[in-house]
Write a protein that binds this ligand. Sequence first.
Ligand SMILES: Cc1cc2nc3c(=O)[nH]c(=O)nc-3n(C[C@H](O)[C@H](O)[C@H](O)COP(=O)(O)OP(=O)(O)OC[C@H]3O[C@@H](n4cnc5c(N)ncnc54)[C@H](O)[C@@H]3O)c2cc1C
Length: 415
Amino acid sequence: MNNYKCNSVGIVGAGIQGVCIGLQLIKKKIPVTIFDKNDPGSMSSYGNAGHFSPYAVVQLNRPDVIYDIPKMLLSSYGPLALKWNYIPKMIPWILKYLKSSTKKSMMHTTRYMHQILDLSLDAYDEILSEIDTTNLVERRGIIYVWTNKNLKSRKMEIKIRNDLGIKQRLLNKEEVLELEPNLSPVFDAGVIYDYAYHARDPKEITKKLFELFLKSGGEFKKKEVISVEQTRYNQTQIKTNSEKFKFEKIVLASGAFSKKLTDQLGEKIPLDTERGYHVHYKNMDHLLKRPVIFLDRGFGMTPMNQGLRAVGTVELGGFDNPISKKRIDYIDKCAKELLPQLGDYHDEWLGFRPTLPDFLPIIGPSLKNKNIIYAFGHHHLGWTLGAITGKIVSGIVNEEKTNLDLSPYSSARFN
Ligand SMILES: Cc1cc2nc3c(=O)[nH]c(=O)nc-3n(C[C@H](O)[C@H](O)[C@H](O)COP(=O)(O)OP(=O)(O)OC[C@H]3O[C@@H](n4cnc5c(N)ncnc54)[C@H](O)[C@@H]3O)c2cc1C
């Protein structure tokens, strides 16, 4: 049993990571203040596909994807796109990504994503039981479909999951259509993860968890953080435009935007963003019972309270480029390929996945400032990993022992 109790923590970021970390610290009776320039849960943690997907262990740093990239980029109807004006800035990230895409690196990432994904649903079930999730969480599994075009990749994913003991139920085309009769039969087969579930409104869930945080004694400052700093032994400082705040420890959980602050701390962390998009088809959520992802297209649809949310694609292009109309058209086309009965869409949204080139998050103390703890870089899985990250990071802050091997998530791997 550990007796240490940190006396105060400031968290930068009220996305799903920051809110879950705040909640777990408050449960340990540690005073916490969260800072965010925006409303809680209004960035990536709002517009994602809402999948709680513990099975998603294989990431995009993999040899088979690397070979397909030139072909994907040359096609305007593909799941991957570049904003060419941003590529010079992204070259260091791209080189590290290529280096992390060997079979060995892929398996390293898979193993350590599995370590935390495997705990993710239990961690959520605990905190979701403390809020009213009526009409917010649907437990009907998640389906992926594919054509016979990339069967080698599909077989590899299935084998890796089998080897790790991840439950998956393979489906032929007819079985998919029995579960989702409105789908157009443009695919050849699929898989369902029966135990997975989805959010019908990720922002509302984050908001409810945030309200629980406040009710339990947590504090919130709606302010932009300009700098974070360890001022002396066991003292850190968060600076906003107008004020300075002192804490024993700081947690940096500002998603894709964390790099601005880690650069100031003198750490070279190659965090960048994979831009992703969504649109809504209002009043069309009844067409699907559960999320359906079309793997060939890098896109999926989730029935949500705002309508049927069509989500996806990866665009490398930084923060400043405007929404790409071509990406939105691509998502609309893909949605109508699976559900031709869809009409016009609403709400064009662009979000920023926080992604490191080896597709592992950074969870752990800063190398140069031990009282500043990092919790960002959860890429495509940050929604699923919110609750477990909250548990792990609150344990790190309070210097508790863990059976998990946390070394692969350290920023030391880039320094
Ligand atoms: C299109 C798309 C689909 C996705 N689908 C899924 C999915 O189905 N399942 C899944 O598990 N994951 C999914 N993800 C990934 C997931 O949404 C993200 O990984 C996750 O939301 C990241 O959470 P976060 O708390 O780290 O960051 P964010 O939600 O981005 O929150 C960071 C917060 O920090 C604040 N902030 C930043 N800088 C400062 C500053 N200087 N001062 C004050 N505040 C600051 C921001 O305002 C923001 O509120 C998807 C992502 C996208 C883009």
